[in-house]
Design a protein around this ligand. Structure first.
Ligand code: DX5
Ligand code: ZN
Length: 218
């Protein structure tokens, strides 16, 4: 089953509650929430108080993508704000294994993200512990960038590892995903699709989410 995770980075922050209701009613699976600290990535988005305040607008899964240095410092805060899944970057954690254990100790799902230039070898000793791997198909920090083609090979290599080890681990892809390229990432093995600008900048959010599902599942 494919899961559609609109990124609210492309939403109207002055009407965030409303914009979350729109993707909820359109039948999204997750709300993808991009937290940026201006250090791990060259941009600042928003943090814990915003997540807390949007929690009441939907019951959908909060898929929190932390693009912050040493995220272990804030896992408890994000849990209390309403996160369901927490993704950390392999490149941002000194002690990745203990950070993943910490996320799981709160009863949350745990995921690791890899930047475009990071090898899948970074997953070797952690993938058995994960609920999801996030393959960045742009350099993290901004919405609206161009999809990096080498992500396709990375997704299929990770898929081979997951199948080879008999794991139950989702593969999420994030960055530059549109109705034109989403089929390629699904064919490569991704089953959780993040899309920001392709959804929020479209004329009709609801029909775009439905179109994503249709393209992915046919
Ligand atoms: C980028 C973020 C993405 C971003 C995707 O650092 O992690 O989630 O919002 O935006 P689009 O779909 O516009 O590339
Ligand atoms: Zn993201």
């Amino acid at each position: 089953m494919i899961k559609i995770a609109p990124s609210i980075l492309a939403a109207d922050f002055a009407n965030l509650g409303q914009d979350i209701k729109r993707i909820d009613e359109a039948g999204c699976d997750y709300v993808h929430i991009d937290v940026m600290d201006g250090s791990f990535v060259p941009n600042i988005s928003f943090g814990v108080p915003i997540i807390k305040s949007i929690r009441e607008y939907t019951d959908k899964v909060f898929d929190v993508h932390l693009m912050i240095d040493e995220p272990s410092r804030y896992i408890r805060d994000f849990k209390e704000a309403g996160a369901d899944i927490i993704t950390v970057h392999a490149e941002a954690c000194k002690h990745l294994h203990s950070t993943i254990s910490l996320i799981k100790s709160y009863g949350l799902k745990a995921a690791v993200s890899l930047n475009p230039a990071t090898s899948i070898n970074a997953l070797e000793y952690i993938i058995d512990e994960l609920d999801m791997v996030l393959v960045m198909s742009v350099n993290p920090g901004f919405g609206g960038q161009k999809f990096i083609e080498s992500s396709l090979h990375k997704i299929s290599a990770i898929k081979d590892v997951i199948c080879g080890r008999g794991l139950k681990c989702d593969i999420q892809v994030d960055g530059g995903i549109s109705l034109d390229n989403v089929k390629k990432v699904v064919n490569a093995g991704a089953n959780v699709i993040v899309a920001g600008s392709a959804i929020y900048n479209s004329e009709d959010i609801s029909s775009t989410i439905k179109a994503f599902r249709e393209v992915c599942e046919n």
